[in-house]
Design a protein around this ligand. Structure first.
Ligand code: AMP
Length: 283
């Protein structure tokens, strides 16, 4: 496995591999790896000749400085995990390599950035779009793999790739969960054992909401039921639970005849922000 820190080495290597007729799969990550990341790696290895994983905690996507400062870093373990998973190349640039100067470009995604995470984390998707565009330009992959856990991130990147004609196939991969149902996340490392078990409520509430909707419960009641589950929870605070259209991510109403829904949730557990979602087809 090659570990590359510089753009001046990464781009020529990608171009050389492609000139040799090899297809490239890219998995952007911020490290602190878990099985969710590795599931993306496994799929890329199956589908592409060369798998490039990136390791970069992107400062521009953190709207909260404390969250950035506390983001777990475990580079040596991450490199070992990538190596044993069969990654060919890790691109792990420094902050100065990626952002030699304050970025001036601002990306506006229209309605897609006004909802869910976009509403609660202003500036977050601007940073995501900047870093993903840079990684696409530097690594020039054929395919790129993203997790459904960050559903809105995927939709945003899809829109960016379509509008700017990146010519990269984007793949959305299922959410990998802990045994108690909690969606795997680098941030879970910061939970205490009690926080970890209480956080199981996040996925449990999604499952309950899904069953309720399937058995005909109306939207408002379902939302109220989930909000109720979080009342009087000591260490969990619900930020939002929304039932949205899977494509536009806009909240659905009675008059919509959307059948493809996404149930999206964000919570603070012991002060740590966690998100999850589930997709539901009511047809
Ligand atoms: P991150 O390192 O958190 O930026 O995540 C890197 C990629 O892994 C993103 O595309 C995430 O959506 C994806 N990912 C994170 N958690 C999971 C999970 N539990 N299951 C599947 N993919 C995930």
């Amino acid at each position: 496995m090659e570990v590359i820190k510089y753009i001046s080495e990464m781009r020529p290597l990608s171009r050389k591999l492609k000139a040799e007729g090899k297809s490239i799969g890219l998995i952007p990550t911020m490290g602190a790896l878990h099985k969710g990341h590795l599931s993306l790696v496994e799929t890329s290895i199956r589908e592409s000749d060369i798998t490039i994983a990136t390791l970069f905690v992107n400062p521009t996507q953190f709207n909260n400085h404390e969250d950035f400062e506390n983001y777990p870093v475990s580079t040596d373990e991450d490199l070992e995990m990538f190596r044993s998973a069969g990654v060919d190349i890790v691109f792990a640039p420094s902050k100065d390599e990626m952002y030699p100067a304050e970025p001036t470009i601002k990306i506006h995604y229209g309605p897609l950035q006004e909802v869910l995470e976009g509403k609660y984390r202003p500036g977050h998707f601007n940073g995501v779009g900047l870093v993903v565009s840079k990684l696409f330009n530097i690594c020039e992959p054929d395919r790129a793999y993203f997790g459904q856990k960050d559903l809105q991130q995927f939709m945003i990147i899809k829109q960016l790739a379509e509008e700017l004609k990146f010519g990269i196939t984007l793949r959305l991969m299922p959410i990998i969960r802990e045994e108690n149902g909690l969606a795997m996340s680098s941030r879970n490392r910061r939970l205490s054992p009690s926080g970890y078990s209480q956080a199981a409520l996040i996925y449990q509430s999604l499952v309950k909401a899904e069953h309720a909707l399937k058995s005909g419960m109306i939207l408002e009641e379902t939302v109220a039921m989930v909000e109720d589950l979080f009342h009087n929870q000591e260490d969990i605070e619900l930020e939002y639970f929304e039932i949205v259209d899977m494509q536009s991510l806009r909240p659905i109403t009675h008059s919509d005849n959307s059948n493809e829904l996404a149930l999206c949730i964000a919570c603070y557990v012991e002060g740590i922000r966690l998100i999850d979602n589930t997709l539901l087809n009511l047809r």
